[in-house]
Write a protein that binds this ligand. Structure first.
Ligand code: GLP
Length: 242
């Protein structure tokens, strides 16, 4: 049951998504927001920051990121720990103590994954999980082939994803970490609602596979078809293969 909203351009996508998030969190004493990295959600964060500026109070909100590279210093500018701090925590005025990112530099990565799942559960679950989509249909770092029931775990990045993300690492795919921690598809499906944003022609095939293709591990995002409350907000270019 994926509800698809097609808007004219990326700015309209960001405005609409921010409004949906604000409406979902409104009135909750301890709201929990799931946040994503990548360029897709940046317009949404900017619009949410504007809503915060105009009185939306997120100071009690918790946030959980989807994923993190393994082995990057959390202070590295491209570590998702840093990216989330820069693009979400600061502009949205969140309390840094309530912002969680999987610990990709833990000595025991499996324990870090289990701790992460426990922290989400202790917070009462994620009220709304914001998602981008990879060109190969990945969500978080759940690459094609990921188990639809998976929880937070260590994964190997697909060569395509390392190439796509090379631009953040001086253009060198080899400089992109090989492993990551990511919320599982099962984790994402446990969020009370899910909001995926996608813009641009390069996402059109993935958006079509997600919403209209067969449900299966070849397109991890197709798992959203199983969610009772999944909303997809796209611009016309990303909707062009629907
Ligand atoms: C990364 C992130 C994903 C994101 C994807 C798409 O791989 N782990 O969460 O959805 O990139 O990124 P972009 O929005 O920049 O296209």
């Amino acid at each position: 049951k994926v509800e698809i909203i097609v808007l004219s351009d990326p700015a309209a996508v960001g405005r609409h998504a921010a409004r949906l998030i604000a409406d979902t969190l409104a009135g909750k004493p301890d709201p929990v927001l799931g946040v994503a990295t990548g360029s897709s959600p940046l317009a949404t964060y900017a619009e949410l920051a504007a809503l915060v500026h105009n009185g939306l109070d997120l100071s009690r909100a918790s946030a959980f990121a989807l994923d993190e590279y393994v082995g990057l210093d959390p202070a590295h500018p491209e570590a998702y720990h840093s990216v989330i701090h820069r693009t979400v925590t600061v502009p949205l005025g969140l309390d840094p103590a309530r912002v969680h990112v999987p610990n990709g530099s833990a000595a025991d990565l499996r324990a870090a994954c289990a701790d992460y799942e426990a922290a989400i559960e202790a917070a009462g679950g994620i009220d709304v999980q914001l998602l981008g989509i990879g060109a190969n249909g990945h969500i978080g770092f759940n690459e094609p082939g990921s188990s639809l029931g998976s929880s937070t775990r260590v994964k190997t990045l697909a060569p395509r994803t390392r190439r796509d993300n090379a631009r953040f690492f001086g253009g060198e795919a080899e400089a992109v970490p090989v492993h990551c921690l990511t919320q599982g598809i099962g984790t994402i499906l446990r969020a009370h609602s899910v909001l995926l944003v996608a813009t641009g022609e390069s996402k059109a095939a993935a958006v079509a596979a997600m919403a209209e293709g067969p449900l299966g591990a070849c397109c991890p995002a197709s798992a959203l078809q199983l969610h009772e409350r999944a909303t997809v907000v796209v611009d016309e270019a990303a909707a062009s293969s629907l």
